[in-house]
Design a protein around this ligand. Structure first.
Ligand SMILES: [Zn+2]
Length: 86
């Protein structure tokens, strides 16, 4: 099992979702931070999200991450590949 596997399924799914959108996992953790997710923009202006090891509400925590991924406008590698069209 790779490192960076979160114990809560909701959070794990959200992390996978972020990765599919080109986000990177930084392992810098400590305290309650499980890992840090960095948006595709490799600069200070990029978004980031601290994944908590033990969020009080995993579902809500996961949703906040997904919302941030959706909100991030720096995700351009999806567009280059072309969406799968029906
Ligand atoms: Zn971003």
């Amino acid at each position: 099992m790779p490192r960076g596997t979160h114990p809560k399924k909701e959070v794990r799914d959200a992390v996978e979702y972020a990765k599919e959108h080109g986000w990177r996992v930084a392992e810098a953790g400590g305290g309650h931070v499980f890992c840090t997710l960095l948006c595709p923009l490799k600069s200070r202006e990029g978004h980031r999200f601290f994944v908590h090891s033990t969020p009080q509400n995993p579902g809500n925590h996961a949703k906040r991450l997904k919302d941030l991924v959706d909100k991030c406008e720096h995700n351009d590698n999806q567009n280059q590949q072309g969406e799968e069209e029906p």
